[in-house]
Structure formats: structure tokens, C-alpha cells
Design a protein around this ligand. Structure first.
Ligand code: ADP
Ligand code: MG
Length: 267
């Protein structure tokens, strides 16, 4: 199934939501794997000190492993820390280690503290052909997430089909507007993805309807079902697409990736 259109230029997408446990990491790694399986060149940057995306992508992220910390804090070129993910051919990633937990505080004192990731990405793209770059963010709107918002051209917000789903989204929208105004006028909220949809509950349907009304243009048609298989995949150090490609969750992520690829950047 190698049929995803190649974008005219690199799409740099940040997966963001300051709430934890809404499916950011699951979304990042499975969209990345799907896009790579669709024949595209994909790079994932893990920006969460917990390193869950690194685990799911099967790459080393033990203490001392060079990764996003070194890029942000020491100015190490991205090319020095990019590694191949065994999850799919064409899929590469940059790991996050526990060192990143201290990065927020260390960044505060640095020159151009919001632009460090953007600069690293720009330098890398000068001589590397990448179709998609995806950032997996920590559950906060601190300097790590801010760096990702400044470096990205598009935003993907995963929204969990649960109580209080939209709580916090207005704070996120405010942050996005400030970044657009002050730091990155190119930034476009292009994509909203409904996650953990439970077809058995009225609540999920209600939340989905509300989100689709609120983000009519951005919400993908494909929504991700709540599924045990999705929850199990990370403990095998795998994306769902590798772990159980025929599962409903894997198919939903595949369709979501296809929609993203087909929509292209132009909106
Ligand atoms: P975040 O990165 O926003 O904190 P995760 O992607 O890590 O969220 O997901 C939080 C937890 O929920 C993880 O244990 C993950 O395996 C699980 N999970 C994610 N998506 C689903 C889903 N659609 N169905 C069931 N469990 C899920
Ligand atoms: Mg996460």
C-alpha cells in the first residue's frame, strides 16, 4: 500500500495537547509509522522526557543516549542524533532521555530559547529530504512545547472522547494564537483527531459531535477507537501498526494518516 502523495515541501507537524494521556504519543508514532509505510520519509522527534515515543519506535533512549536534549541545549546538529526506527523503513527518530526533564529550566536562561529547535530543523532540512517531521510533546505548554510550536508549520491536536475533553483546549488555542502572533506566523492548526472513541457510550458520541462542530474543517473523518490492542502495543516496544496491523485501531490510524497525506498542506 505505498500510495501516499509526497508533499511539495516538508510538513513539520507538532502533536500537542497540554493534557496528559489523551493519545499524543500513540498518535505521533502510529501516524509516523503509517506515513512511512505509505512510502514517505518520516522523522519523529521525541520531546517528552518520559521517552514514550522513543520506546514505541524501538529506539534506545537510556541515560546518556544523545537525542533532543543535546540538540536543544548543546546545539548538536540533528544529523548527529537521528537514528533509524525498526518499526518501518523510511522511519527515523530522535530519542528523548530523562535529561530532558531539566531542559525546561536550563532553556530559560538561553539566548533564542524559543527558536532552538526551529534552527536545528532548518539546518537539517538544507541537505536532507524528509516528507514529514512529527514532534511528540510533553503534557505541558512549557519551553519544550513552545520550541515545537515555533519549529512547526502545522498543529495536530488529539482530543480524547471523554469528560472535560474540551477543557484546556481554549488555553491551548490562546497559546497557539500568541505563538502565531509573536513567533511563528506560518503556524496552522490543520488537524484535530478524536482519540479513544468508545462506540458504546453516548458520551463519546457527544464529545465527537461537539469537537466536529467546533473544529469543522480540521477534524479528521477517521476517529481512533478505544482499544485494548492500542494500550498493549507500547509494552512490546512497538507501534500498533507493527504489533497488530489488522486491528481496528491500526486501520483507524492508517486512514487518519491517509487523510492527512491527501489533504496536503494547502487549506
Ligand atoms: P499522551 O502522550 O497524550 O500522554 P498516550 O498516547 O501515551 O497519551 O496514551 C495514554 C495511555 O492511553 C497509554 O497507556 C496508551 O497506550 C493508551 N491509549 C492511547 N490511545 C488509546 C486508545 N485509542 N485506546 C486505548 N488505549 C489508548
Ligand atoms: Mg506522551
Amino acid at each position: 500500500k505505498r500510495d501516499f502523495p509526497k508533499p511539495a515541501s516538508t510538513r513539520v507537524m507538532v502533536v500537542v495537547n497540554q493534557k496528559g494521556g489523551v493519545g499524543k504519543t500513540t498518535t505521533t508514532v502510529n501516524l509516523a509509522a503509517a506515513l512511512a509505510n505509505g512510502g514517505l520519509k518520516v522523522l519523529v522527534l521525541d520531546l517528552d522526557p518520559q521517552g514514550n515515543a522513543s520506546t514505541a519506535l524501538g529506539i534506545d533512549h537510556g541515560p546518556g543516549t544523545p537525542g533532543t536534549y543535546e540538540v536543544l541545549l548543546d546545539g548538536v546538529p540533528l544529523v548527529d542524533v537521528v537514528v533509524d526506527s525498526p518499526e518501518a523503513s523510511g522511519l527515523q527518530a530522535v530519542p528523548a532521555t530523562v535529561d530532558l526533564a531539566g531542559a525546561e529550566l536550563q532553556l530559560v536562561q538561553m539566548v533564542g530559547r524559543e527558536q532552538r529547535l526551529a534552527r536545528a530543523i532548518r539546518a537539517y532540512l538544507k541537505d536532507h529530504d524528509v516528507d514529514y517531521i512529527l514532534f511528540d510533546c510533553p503534557p505541558s505548554l512549557g519551553l519544550l512545547t513552545l520550541n515545537a510550536l515555533v519549529a512547526a508549520s502545522e498543529i495536530i491536536i488529539p482530543i480524547q472522547c471523554e469528560y472535560y475533553a474540551l477543557e484546556g483546549v481554549s488555553q491551548l488555542m490562546n497559546t497557539i494564537q500568541v505563538v502565531q502572533r509573536e513567533l511563528n506566523p506560518e503556524l496552522d492548526l490543520s488537524t484535530v483527531l478524536l482519540t479513544m472513541f468508545d462506540a458504546r457510550t453516548k458520551l463519546s458520541a457527544q464529545v465527537a459531535r461537539e469537537v466536529r462542530r467546533h473544529f469543522a474543517d480540521q477534524t479528521l473523518g477517521s476517529q481512533i477507537p478505544r482499544s485494548v490492542r492500542i494500550a498493549e502495543a507500547p509494552s512490546y516496544g512497538q507501534t500498533l501498526l507493527q504489533f497488530d496491523p489488522s486491528s481496528a485501531g491500526a486501520k483507524a490510524y492508517w486512514r487518519a494518516a491517509q487523510e492527512i497525506a491527501n489533504r496536503g498542506k494547502a487549506r
